[in-house]
Write a protein that binds this ligand. Structure first.
Ligand code: PRP
Ligand code: URA
Length: 208
């Protein structure tokens, strides 16, 4: 069974309040989604392995540490794009792949329309990023595709999840840890998370 971590951090909760509030405009919404992406990533990368390296400071030679594995950020388009800048600020050496999926509004099934990944996917630590874990269909399909391309060290990073999405992802991908800023109550009949934050892609890009 995969690990589920709800961050429960005061700074994240504070920013999530802005993100959830329907009065928050596009600029502040976009900035806050990006910032929370960075804060979550800082917390969940504590266990990344490092390798020792000898360097010279202006004072003397010393042993310092750098990340051992390449990190790949894989945003699920569109809404995952909103988290990328904040995460990339924390891990500037990360490479970025993209996967384009949208949910059919009636069936809620994900449809893939685009994918492009860096070559070294097999040996990398992969962060699949998408603010919303609703039915879990989009995240699960993305991880299917990444695994078909050789990925084996995958973490899911989101803002808001619900029990239905967490259960689906745990069932389909028990090896993938799930990190969320918040776990909400339930999904409504239209597949939206309650209380949630509405349609994240539309709020990020001003499309409604
Ligand atoms: C939203 C969201 C997730 C997906 C989650 O994207 O960004 O990718 O829904 O829902 P699920 O867990 O039920 O699959 P959407 O399909 O609305 O596309 P968009 O980002 O292009 O707006
Ligand atoms: N996608 C969103 O943008 N919001 C939800 O609540 C569910 C899926």
């Amino acid at each position: 069974m995969s690990k589920v971590v709800i961050l429960n951090h005061p700074l994240i909760d504070h920013k999530m309040t802005k993100i959830r509030d329907k009065r928050t405009g596009t600029k502040e919404f976009r900035e806050s989604v990006s910032e929370v992406g960075g804060l979550i990533t800082y917390e969940i990368t504590r266990d990344l392995s490092t390798r020792a390296k000898t360097i010279e400071t202006p004072i003397c030679e010393t042993t310092a540490y750098e990340l051992e594995k390449q990190v790949l950020i894989i945003p699920i388009l569109r809404a995952g794009l909103g988290m990328v800048e904040g995460i990339h600020n924390i891990i500037p050496t990360a490479k970025i792949g993209h996967i384009g999926l949208y949910r059919n509004e009636e069936t809620l099934e994900p449809h893939v329309y685009y994918s492009k990944f860096p070559k070294d996917i097999k040996d990398s630590v992969i962060l699949v990023v998408d603010p919303m874990l609703a039915t879990g269909g989009s995240a699960s399909k993305t991880i299917d595709i990444l695994k078909m391309n050789g990925a084996c060290d995958i973490r899911y990073v989101g803002l808001v999840g619900c029990p239905e999405g967490v259960a689906r992802l745990q069932k389909d991908h028990p090896d993938v840890s799930i990190y969320l800023a918040a776990l909400d109550d339930h999904l409504n009949e239209k597949g939206y998370i309650v209380p949630g934050l509405g349609d994240c892609g539309d709020r990020l890009f001003g499309t409604k």
